[in-house]
Design a protein. Structure first.
Length: 417
């Protein structure tokens, strides 16, 4: 009589579902992460991260967490340790695996750079007496025997799973803001997939409820034109001011046909920069098949004022800032940014770009393929100017973004070292 095969679980039963098998969870997260990754040109890497992110649950310690006999167990770090051990040394050197290892290790407790954890990844795999991971929790797997047993269980669930080769990362990309952004984008795909699959276990309609239809740029452009025509008809401003407003509006619209990249709009207060930038953004989205407009503002009062103006045109505007009093549905949308028109603050935007926190980074992959409008750009903190410019350039270069910096007085970004 053969030995009965053990089933490993990812989640306990609750009022919505029975226990979730780890194999089912991994398969679903891998599929969704791959889908998110495809949108940013990282389908293979995101898929690997999703396929292996909970490898560490193939161990008795984590199963004990579900049974209530263990606590303080880290399954994410051993998952990364397994990948680290399995990767050929030459593949490690090309740098392409680094974002995957960092994303898998940090998908619950936050990102840690590979240089800070590579010794620990080696140690937890080879030493059965390791007591703690960098998270200060106990590893779900430790020592070669435990990893071999986990691998055998994993292979029973996924007998055909192999490691694909990834495009080497260029040496000049390593250590740059672009490299940091690559890791966070991949991290975002994994975290969003993991959170979304887990939430869908409780509510199968979760993703449908917490995603919005794509931007209908042509339809919205018609609404913008009608709204601006009404504003012009009712304006009591000096005719010269109105003429200047029309000129700024039409020039911005014409610029929408230009190639993607970084743009600036310098114009005095009162000439209708808000509507002019929207004119550019909508025509640019039509020209380049972009899917989202994100408006970044320095102050809450400006965010609230802009929201009122936008709601005259767009049927669905997502507002995300620290003091937004959002209902549950909008709060989840704000965590994902899967919405065609978003208003946020510069603090929230750059907090997400540079954070190591899973919840902050979850939305990042939805920035790709967007027009991002920075209004009152002179208010960006001077201390963040250099990394801001580098991050903006990387978003444009790697993730199909166009950036617009609008103000009455442009900061001299060209003077930065």
């Amino acid at each position: 009589m053969g030995t009965e095969r053990k089933t490993y679980y990812a989640k306990s039963a609750n009022e919505f579902h029975d226990r979730i098998k780890n194999s089912d969870h991994l398969q679903r997260v891998g599929k969704l992460a791959r889908k998110f990754g495809a949108e940013i040109g990282k389908a293979a890497a995101a898929g690997i991260a999703g396929d292996y992110h909970d490898f560490g649950k193939y161990g008795e310690s984590f199963q004990g967490v579900l049974d209530g006999t263990h606590q303080g167990i880290d399954h994410a770090f051993p998952s990364a340790a397994y990948l680290y051990h399995r990767i050929d040394e030459n593949w490690k050197d090309n740098g392409s695996w680094v974002p995957i290892l960092e994303a898998v290790a940090g998908h619950h407790d936050g990102l840690v750079g590979i240089s800070e954890m590579d010794n620990e990844l080696h140690r937890v795999y080879h030493n059965a007496r390791v007591e703690e991971c960098p998270s200060r929790k106990h590893p779900s797997l430790r020592g070669e025997a435990a990893f071999s047993q986990a691998e055998a269980a994993f292979r029973e669930d996924f007998p055909d799973r192999t490691f694909p080769r990834l495009r080497p990362r260029h040496a000049d990309e390593r250590g740059s803001v672009g490299t940091m952004l690559d890791t966070r984008m991949l991290f975002s795909c994994l975290v969003d997939a993991d959170y979304s699959v887990s939430a869908s276990d409780d509510d199968p309609e979760y993703l449908k409820k917490n995603s919005r239809p794509p931007l209908e740029a042509k339809e919205m452009l018609g609404k913008l034109e009608a709204h601006c025509a009404k504003l012009r008809a009712n304006s009591t401003a000096d005719p010269k001011i109105n003429a200047l407003r029309r000129e700024v509006y039409h020039r911005c619209g014409a610029a929408g046909a230009k190639p993607m990249g970084v743009f600036t709009l310098t114009a005095p207060t009162g000439v209708g920069k808000t509507m002019a930038m929207l004119h550019f953004a909508l025509r640019h989205c039509m020209e380049h098949s972009l899917k989202r407009i994100i408006t970044v503002l320095p102050f809450l009062t400006l965010a609230e004022q802009t929201e009122k103006e936008y709601r005259e045109i767009f049927p669905d505007v997502l507002v995300d800032h620290s003091q937004a009093n959002l209902p549950e549905t909008s709060r989840i949308l704000a965590s994902r940014w899967d919405s065609p028109v978003i208003i946020t603050t510069s603090v929230r935007f750059f907090e997400s770009l540079f954070s190591d926190n899973p919840r902050d980074c979850r939305k990042l992959h939805h920035i790709a393929g967007s027009v991002v409008l920075f209004d009152e750009a002179q208010s960006l903190p001077a201390s963040l100017a250099k990394p801001t410019v580098e991050a903006v350039q990387a978003l444009c270069r790697k993730y199909r973004c166009t950036m617009v910096f609008s103000t009455a007085t442009q900061p001299d970004f060209g003077a930065l070292p």
